[in-house]
Write a protein that binds this ligand. Sequence first.
Ligand code: XLS
Ligand code: NI
Ligand code: NI
Length: 434
Amino acid sequence: MHYFDCGKIQYEGPSSKNPLAFKHYDPSAVIAGKTMKAHLRFAAPYWHVMRNELSDPFGPGTAQMPWDDRSNAVENALARIDVFFEFLEKTGIDFYCWHDRDIAPELNDLAASNAALDAVVEKLKAKQKETGVQLLWGTACLFQHPRYAQGAATSPDARVYAYAAAQVKKALECTHALDGLGYTFWGGREGYATLLNTDMKRELDHLAAFLHMAVDHAKKIGFQGPFYIEPKPREPSTHQYDSDAAACLNFLREYGLMDHFKLNIETNHATLAGHTMEHELTVSANAGRLGSIDANRGDTLVGWDTDQFPTDIYLTTQVMLVVLEMGGFTTGGLNFDAKRRRESHEPIDLIHAHIGGMDAFARGLKIAHAIREDGRLGDFVKARYSSFDSDIGAQVEAGEASFESLEAYALQGGEPALASGRQEMLENLINEFI
Ligand code: XLS
Ligand code: NI
Ligand code: NI
């Protein structure tokens, strides 16, 4: 049975008018010594592709899923896998990500849910082997079930905390069984709505203990990681503990977890935090902790996580500038944590959506590479800081300056003549390439 009304999507080049073709993503084309495929490492999220029914707070799902009987049966979960792999094969996406509860149903008790997961993982393993598809990361869904309404690893209830730990233990083991390259923690309910009922310090201590136990368990089973933390400032909680990249890095440092974690940065979470995506990526990369990307975009008119497909070439260019600057992904990749609009309810819309994201990132890659090759942008930034290359500036950077030596310098140097930041000129320069 085939559900996507198309063949394998081919690269046809920029002049093609075929909506079911890549205009820019040419997987085998080499840029800066690496194929586009190797640079971009596209991944598809099981939750959006297979499980998102496209409901909104005002109405039920619209997505046509003729393969899905909407039951909680393991057979239904197994049947979805074939459809997902048809989707991966047709789009040419080589990686995927899941939550435990997307791939397998949550049943009456933990043991039954674990058994369902085992059955699904066995089939995923066979499919991976058959196709060469890899698991970019796994994660446990600790936000949907009502037991997690007040948090999972930050729940005030130790019984809920234990349940969450058991779920992560199993999800980690399943990730490892599938040779997953990473494991993600997105703290969906790790936050609070009011401090009137919240002991924030105690909750954060519990969260850190939880993550340390995850590190220990990974060691025990031989999972090499990395672990990712995915920052998001709000939604569903009013105040999320992992609010942005800087807050996550601070938390990891404070609790001695830095060596085991990298960050998974999502575009729409960055903008909800009041940052740009390139800000969040740069903060992470500066700390040597940029691991992976959830590639989507928000809507400037809407204040929640709209998870739209990334189609903005400026955005993908900025993302790829940071990725190229850090020397590319290692274990991470570009996971389209994005869903179709409720109006785009046909299976083929999934293909259109991913083609758009892949082409936008292919262009971003080409443009970012051209900007780097051209060198004017990099040279400008280097020149802007050149007063720190010698003399008093070099002494500052070498830790050899003091307030006395700087005062002596300022007294004899007179009023500094500041050079222009040339923002508009640089914006024009970027537009030369877009
Ligand atoms: C939700 C998050 C979620 C994580 C995985 O906003 O983006 O989908 O990526 O739990
Ligand atoms: Ni995400
Ligand atoms: Ni998100």
